[in-house]
Unconditional design. Sequence first.
Length: 321
Amino acid sequence: MAQLLSTDVVEREQRLAYWTDMICNVYVQLGCDPVQTSRTAGDFEGSIRQHALPSLDVSVVSSGPQKVMRTPSHIARSSDDYFLVSIQSQGRGVVRQDGRDAVLSVGDFALYDSTRPYQLLFDDAFEQIVLKLPGERLRSELRETQALTATTVSGREGAGHLLLGMIRTLREDIDALQPASALAVANGVLSILVAGLQTLPAARSPALSNLTAFHLARIKRQVDARLDDPALSVGTLAAEVGMSVSQIHRVFKSEPLTPSQYIWERRLEACSRDLLDPRLAGRPMGEIAYGRGFSDAAHFSRAFRERFGCSPREWRQQIAH
């Protein structure tokens, strides 16, 4: 269900402070300075319409000229680990991080990382669609994310154009999605986002040889077939596919995850689907975790929260909601 936050509910002299509290609650700890123009002098307005999907928050921000800052002191007070993606839907914006400026026109998007300082600059009224996802969620899909921040991805072609179209459709239908469908949509948005970021020069890496690509696909298929086996490890995997452990590590050299991390990643993804499956609503969470190869409930809970930004119980409650 959407939540609408607006500065209209407070007196004009309180609106900037209220806005700063709003963006801190919805995103991460931030500071905000209005940019005065002849049209906005002495006046500040803003609204945020927030939607929550599994492991992905989607919000629409509309406001006047401003400068938003995440400083080292903000990071010290709140060490939240999120990636955010600003998709420009009206006006113009600038994302500044890691010594780069991404200038966003309508349809463009850029990535930024809450674990390092950044600035968002708007010299006139604007609207942005903002995606917020747990840091580990994107790091499991991309290598060297620091090289991809504050770099413009065009919304006029390729994956950027697809992402913009999907987000626009999502804005219209998001409140009608069932939890399992919402998870599929969130995963689709992430896949298109990753595809767009992979078009950036900093993300390009040498193409895999045909043999390496063959082995990688074969290993991943074997992992998926054995997720319910708690004994699955890189060692047992190597024996099953007829390779040495060192060979498997070489095959995964270009991947963002090591072989062991990939196994845990796939187990967590399977658990996330099972927890939202209405057919499994009566099955204890521990049983679901054990059924996907986890042997320690506490480790499962910690790993799940790190991956998806909430506990398994909170994730499952989306069915009831």
